[in-house]
Ligand binder design. Structure first.
Ligand SMILES: [Zn+2]
Length: 270
């Protein structure tokens, strides 16, 4: 069985939920996609029953605080277990070159020499290029540049072992040059900052992010069976209900609005 475990569903500045990150898991292994921005990554992993030693593969989509900084806390905990020889398995971090440079600088800036040493030895940074196909946790994953406006942001697509096509588009509105990829996909993960009715958000956010209505209208022609909407604001207790209601008005297939810690079972849909 393959599933997505949402460890966070919020945008970069949320206070009541965690920043968007998730585990893509099959029966044997998992890939952690982004890490959020704080130690809550450890807490949320624990709440879902994971120890840090269960996390051996991490993909960081881009070097914004709400995606990369959780890595510091994973490294902080892991470096001590490497030092004490409690942990043997290395950590693979997959990312584009911009993220790779940032991770190296972070390690140098915030960890004492001794921990830097064990991290440099045990964290394997795998630099990705546009179009690279990598087998991670038993899944062939194709990474690609989403051509984001803000910085170098990579998404990925994969045909899961169950046969379903899953596409992760990062945290910016989908660039039209990627539309061809989306056609007929079983699952597409796309951000939406807020409901359309709440679109009185600052201009810089509008330039980079979608609303529930706008993402549904954009995705409707592509016959995507399941549209997963994440990286949202978190001001509503009943976000799932409100967002689903707006989505249903503009999207005819299934829409999934996950909350933090929700699990999405992945299946090949007809
Ligand atoms: Zn973000």
């Amino acid at each position: 069985m393959e599933k997505i475990i949402m460890l966070g569903t919020g945008h970069g500045s949320v206070m009541n939920s965690y920043n968007t990150c998730f585990l893509l898991e099959n029966d044997h292994e998992n890939l952690l996609v982004d890490t959020g921005g704080s130690i809550q990554i450890i807490k949320n992993l624990q709440e879902k029953g994971y120890k840090l030693t269960d996390i051996n593969n991490i993909f960081i989509s881009h070097c914004h605080t709400d995606h990369i900084l959780g890595l510091c806390w994973i490294f902080k905990k892991a470096s001590v277990s490497f030092l004490n020889e409690e942990r043997k398995s290395k950590i693979n971090v997959y990312c584009n070159f911009e993220v790779a440079e940032s991770i190296k600088k972070l390690i140098e800036a915030v960890f004492p020499d001794k921990l830097q040493e064990v991290l440099n030895e045990n964290v394997l940074i795998q630099v990705l290029h546009d179009g690279d196909v990598v087998n991670i946790a038993g899944e062939n994953i194709t990474f690609f540049d989403v051509h984001a406006k803000s910085n170098l942001l990579y998404g990925f697509e994969t045909i899961l072992n169950c046969g379903a096509k899953l596409i992760f588009l990062g945290d910016e509105t989908c660039n039209p040059i990627l539309y061809d990829k989306l056609k007929g996909a079983d699952y597409v993960m796309h951000e939406a900052f807020c409901l359309d009715s709440e679109e009185n958000v600052p201009k810089f956010i509008k330039e980079h992010h979608a609303t529930v209505k706008s993402v549904c209208q954009t995705m409707e022609p592509f016959d995507i069976k399941n549209l997963i909407i994440y990286h949202t604001e978190d001001s509503h207790d009943n976000k799932k209900e409100l967002y689903t209601k707006e989505a249903k008005m503009y999207y005819s297939r299934n829409v999934i609005i996950p909350d933090d810690l929700d699990e999405i079972i992945l299946n090949k849909n007809d």
